[in-house]
Design a protein around this ligand. Structure first.
Ligand SMILES: NC(=O)c1ccc[n+]([C@@H]2O[C@H](COP(=O)([O-])OP(=O)(O)OC[C@H]3O[C@@H](n4cnc5c(N)ncnc54)[C@H](OP(=O)(O)O)[C@@H]3O)[C@@H](O)[C@H]2O)c1
Length: 333
């Protein structure tokens, strides 16, 4: 068996995140203690919450310091088990972090069944947290109905690309918001959304207004800041905003001051934040729908996969800079 390889934090980002703020280190293979399982990662998920964690660490709100291993969700294979519930060769989801091998407490692992014809990465995408999160926002929180008009921000991202396709499948007219004309074109042509607005364009606010002449009943919000501010203004009376994430605000700078927040009152908007971990009782229902929709060909699955753990820092920066589509992953082995 080879040695372990890890990516650790070299320094905390005071401004932009850069690959040089991480370092690659060799380490001895971890030895599982009783009740632990040694897992070899196949795929590592890279996510915006990691950016938020770094910003929180700068402000002293979370314990994450130079030298620490970066956290992260992985899907992989049991190599050695010291827990009766797991056997070598089984596929598991875990929180192994940015490393090849992790000795994880059995209680933190979840067995996953391979899906015919699809790589294990599907458990970090459609059947994993992005899929369940999108389902919670679309089905449970916003309760999207056929004929409604819906907007999704970060529409080309992991959660947004699935939320948009779910809304479309449920019969809503879905407008996406994404960065750049190339991405917007793909959102319309490949994901089948009604339209897509480029939030980086200087005419974005007007473009969104023109694209939604009858307003919007539903917003699936991933970004916040200026993008949500523009959307507040397009919401119809009694509209629903499912706040999934605020990735445009995950930095250490001053908070964004909303100009159009008064629309929440003027138009009696329902603004509901939700977190995947607050609804564990709904995950199986979500997975059942997601599996059925996956089999029915509802989703185009977008993945941006980089090769080897060494590529994780650059792939993380690329994701934050919008140089990827759909779920960002590292193929570790
Ligand atoms: N509520 C929950 O339980 C839960 C669970 C998972 C994720 N989330 C949240 O859901 C949101 C989406 O997560 P995800 O994993 O699917 O990530 P994602 O959307 O794939 O994130 C990467 C994309 O974010 C966009 N982006 C980056 N910085 C931006 C900025 N300043 N303004 C606008 N867009 C920016 C970029 O796309 P462009 O090229 O379009 O800019 C980039 O490709 C995040 O806010 C995340 O925190 C919430």
């Amino acid at each position: 068996m080879d040695q372990n390889l890890q990516v650790r934090l070299r320094s905390l980002p005071l401004e932009a995140v850069e690959a040089a703020q991480f370092e690659l280190r060799s380490a001895p293979l971890p030895t599982p203690a009783p009740g632990e399982v040694l897992v070899r990662a196949h795929y590592l998920s890279l996510d915006p919450y990691m950016r938020k964690r770094l910003a929180d660490a700068v402000q002293g709100r979370v314990a994450l310091a130079p030298g620490d291993l970066m956290m992260g969700r992985t899907v992989g294979e049991v190599v050695e088990s010291r827990d009766p519930g797991f056997r070598p060769g089984e596929a598991v989801l875990g929180w192994g972090g940015w490393q090849r091998y992790a000795a994880e407490p059995a209680g933190r692992l979840e067995k996953v069944a391979p899906v015919a014809g699809l790589p294990l990465s599907v458990h970090l995408g459609v059947l994993g947290r992005p899929g369940i999160t999108a389902w919670l926002g679309v089905v449970h929180v916003a309760k999207v109905q056929a004929g409604e008009r819906m907007v999704v921000s970060s529409a080309a991202g992991a959660v947004g690309s699935l939320a948009g396709q779910m809304g479309r499948h449920l019969g809503a007219q879905v407008t996406g918001i994404a960065g750049g004309t190339r991405k917007c074109r793909a959102v319309v042509e490949e994901l089948g959304l009604h339209a897509c607005m480029d939030y980086k364009s200087p005419s974005f606010v007007q473009d969104l207004q023109e694209a939604t002449p009858q307003g919007l009943e539903v917003c699936f919000e991933n970004v916040g800041a200026a993008v949500l501010d523009a959307t507040f203004d397009r919401m119809n009376e009694n509209g629903r905003i499912a706040v999934c994430g605020l990735l445009g605000q995950y930095h250490s700078g001053p908070p964004y001051a909303y100009r159009n927040f008064a629309r929440v009152l003027d138009r009696a908007l329902q603004v509901t934040g939700f977190r995947i971990d607050a609804h564990p009782q709904l995950h199986e229902r979500a997975r059942a729908d997601l599996r059925a929709w996956l089999q029915a060909g509802v989703f185009r699955q977008w993945e941006t996969v980089s090769q080897g753990l060494e590529s994780a820092p650059a792939a993380f920066v690329a994701m934050l800079e919008g140089r990827g589509q759909g779920k960002t992953l590292v193929q570790v082995t």
